[in-house]
Design a protein around this ligand. Sequence first.
Ligand code: HPA
Length: 286
Amino acid sequence: MSAAGGGSSPDIARAAAALRARIGGDPEVAIVLGSGLGQLATGVRDPVVVPFTDVPGFPPAGVVGHAGEYVFGTLGGRQVLLQSGRFHVYEGHPLDVVAAPVRVAAALGVRFLILTNAAGGVNPGLEPGDVVLVEDHLNLMFRSPLIGSVHGDEDRFPTMDEAYDAELRRIALAAAGTLDLPLHRGVYAALTGPSYETAAEVRMLGRLGADVVGMSTVPEVLTARAIGLRCLAFSMVTNKGTGLSDVPLTHVDVLEVGARAGRLVARLVEAVVAGLPDASQSTGAK
Ligand code: HPA
């Protein structure tokens, strides 16, 4: 895998072999933790920690609030691979680097991908600390990790009909009900960043149908669906979008709210994992 900004494509088989040798298990579920959500890792039993820098070709996670490590272990009775940190387009990584952890997870046998992210609230009804179950997305990065030659047996033209798996969403809503955690539903708009949006852009996003906005998740979901992984995503609203609040937006605030509300998301994700269908009955057809 290349350093930020260019270079050769990641060697997925090599990265997966190295990670498999370290974790010594077969994860069914991969969970990607967004900014400030790293504490979910503390709930994992018998954890094996592998820094990204120990995976051949992986660059270190370069953003404050992202640990840049895998934690393999048991959560909700299932073997999970937690990915604390991710590679972002705004760091200058090529899209095949951004997508590499999804391809590595699939190579390890993962069937379910649960993504979390920090996001700004575009829908004026959303407040910092709210959690949104992503039902659909707008790819306003206007690029895709699927452009170029097809990887392995990935689908050339994957449908985005159920980018966010309907059965997994039902499980998430049921888990939220049991935990008495209010769970909003909405559309996630992905922009490259790294600047936050202008007030005019936030108004535009609202008119386009977005409820939340962030700088991740969509490249991973595009890749996962091409492979056939079943996806679920939660956005943690860390701030109101620019223009919807008098308080100026900073990355430190994003991390603080993320850490506060992260405990709730952690409980939700654990309950979802416990309620996942048997991977052998998976219907994640491409
Ligand atoms: N915009 C984009 N990404 C974000 C935001 C935002 O307001 N908050 C957290 N990530």
